[in-house]
Design a binder for this molecule. Structure first.
Ligand code: NAD
Length: 418
């Protein structure tokens, strides 16, 4: 069997495609293909039973040419340096695409957070924050939540950084609880952006959102609320899933009730939710729906299943869910892939708003946040779709061309030191 394209390979192939269309020289290509800084740290953890175990963590700053680096922190058992590199590179293009003054970064710890107590996760976070402390900060690199981390993780990170500094630095991370300098609207921002970009794609195709069916893979921070918002806006959400499996009902699900069961009533998984049929993650990807929202991990749509994907619109809540091989197959059959750096950019957009509010110590209302988010997302979608039409390229290639082009332009303008 041919090995599937990894996240890092996918990111490199997508970059090469953008470089080719933009006509950039080899030196610039190499510069953009290489992370600026990488830090690997060991995290000694005292488990609750007293024994010590050593975990591995990473922070990669892919590019800093347009401003401080920005990107989430992932806690997942399969996280490694190459995955973090890919995620950092995608952050660079995403921030440039939506026009916010950041470079790209990502961090991760190789850990399955489900196997650790809350106290242990707090100790992991505080040690990781201390270890990467020298390279982060509001003007250097600003982490945020990603898979396996949340607003509480960010609160611990902010507290650790602040204690080490000797004063409170709210702007060192985003995605914090509102009580410690978080922004209104950050919690649902990525999901709201997924909905806006899905609706923009439907509008272009003259499809009424109230007539579409949706499947969402990954019922976490992004997928859970994306399912709810799409349902609330009139779409029929027929399937959702998480790491343990999925739930399907052809008549439609009630994502808000499912979220309450998971977050409030302590249900561990959507699998087995009353009134639904079981469905595997693999089956969900191939469901006969109008919109597929992959919102879990990378590489879930690949050369081995892209032929079987029936959705007309694939709206990428996750980063890197579609490999370049799969992109080619989907494009050939006329499917519309709204790419990750556009579709899920609502999260970093509101993270930017949070950072601006932290720096100014001046707070916006949720309506102000949501209005500005909508404006950023609509503008980015228009720019991408216009370029795609003009150049006869996919939305992915157009989005990458805009992001990569802006970063290349920053390098050109700043010049090369020394
Ligand atoms: P999360 O940890 O809140 O949720 C992840 C979900 O995916 C969970 O439901 C989990 O059970 C499920 N999952 C994990 N492994 C899986 C597997 N092997 N198969 C199927 N499902 C699996 O994470 P999140 O923050 O919602 O992030 C999801 C995706 O969205 C990631 O690709 C992340 O990089 C991307 N993203 C997140 C944000 C954000 O603001 N949180 C912003 C932009 C992009």
């Amino acid at each position: 069997m041919v090995a599937r394209q990894s996240a890092w390979e996918s990111a490199q192939i997508q970059l090469a495609e953008a470089v080719k269309h933009l006509g950039l020289d080899d030196g610039t290509h190499q510069l953009l293909a290489t992370p600026r800084r990488e830090m690997t740290v060991s995290i000694p953890l005292r488990r609750d039973d007293g024994h010590v175990e050593v975990l591995r963590g990473y922070r990669v700053q892919h590019n800093l040419s347009r401003g401080p680096a920005k990107g989430g922190i992932r806690y997942h058992p399969s996280t490694d340096i190459d995955e973090v590199r890919a995620l950092a590179m995608w952050m660079t293009w995403k921030c440039a695409l939506i026009g916010i003054p950041y470079g790209g970064a990502k961090g991760g710890v190789t850990i399955d957070p489900r196997l650790y107590s809350r106290n242990e996760l707090e100790r992991v976070t505080r040690r990781y924050a201390s270890e990467i402390g020298p390279i982060v900060g509001p003007e250097k690199d600003i982490p945020a939540p990603d898979v396996g981390t949340d607003d509480q993780t960010m609160a611990w990170f902010m507290d650790t950084y602040s204690v080490n500094k000797g004063y409170t630095v709210t702007g060192v991370v985003t995605g914090k609880p509102v009580s410690v300098g978080g922004s209104q609207g950050r919690g649902g921002a990525t999901s709201r952006g997924v909905m806006y970009s899905a609706f923009a794609a439907l509008r272009e195709a003259r499809v009424d959102p109230r007539e579409v069916s949706v499947a969402v893979q990954g019922f976490g921070k992004v997928g859970g609320l994306a399912a709810q918002y799409l349902h609330d806006a009139g779409c029929k959400v027929v399937a959702v899933s998480d790491v343990k499996g999925g739930a399907y009902n052809s008549m439609g699900l009630n994502p808000a009730a499912m979220l309450r069961a998971i977050r409030g009533a302590g249900m561990e998984s959507v699998a087995g939710y009353p009134g639904t049929d079981p469905i595997t993650n693999e089956e969900l990807i191939e469901l006969d729906v109008d919109i597929l929202v992959p919102a879990a991990l990378e590489g879930v749509i690949h050369d081995g299943n892209a032929d079987a994907v029936k959705a007309r619109f694939i709206v990428e809540g996750a980063n890197g869910p579609t490999t370049p091989d799969a992109d080619a197959i989907l494009e050939a059959r006329g499917a519309v892939v709204v790419p990750d750096i556009l579709a899920n950019s609502g999260g970093v957009a509101v993270s930017y708003f949070e950072w601006v509010q932290d720096l100014q110590a001046y707070w916006w209302t949720e309506d102000e946040v949501n209005d500005r988010l909508r404006a950023i997302m609509d503008k980015a979608y228009d720019e991408v779709s216009t370029l795609a039409r003009e150049q006869g390229v996919s939305l992915r290639t157009a989005a990458q061309m805009i992001g990569v082009g802006r970063v290349a332009e920053a390098h050109r303008t700043r010049g090369l030191y020394p």
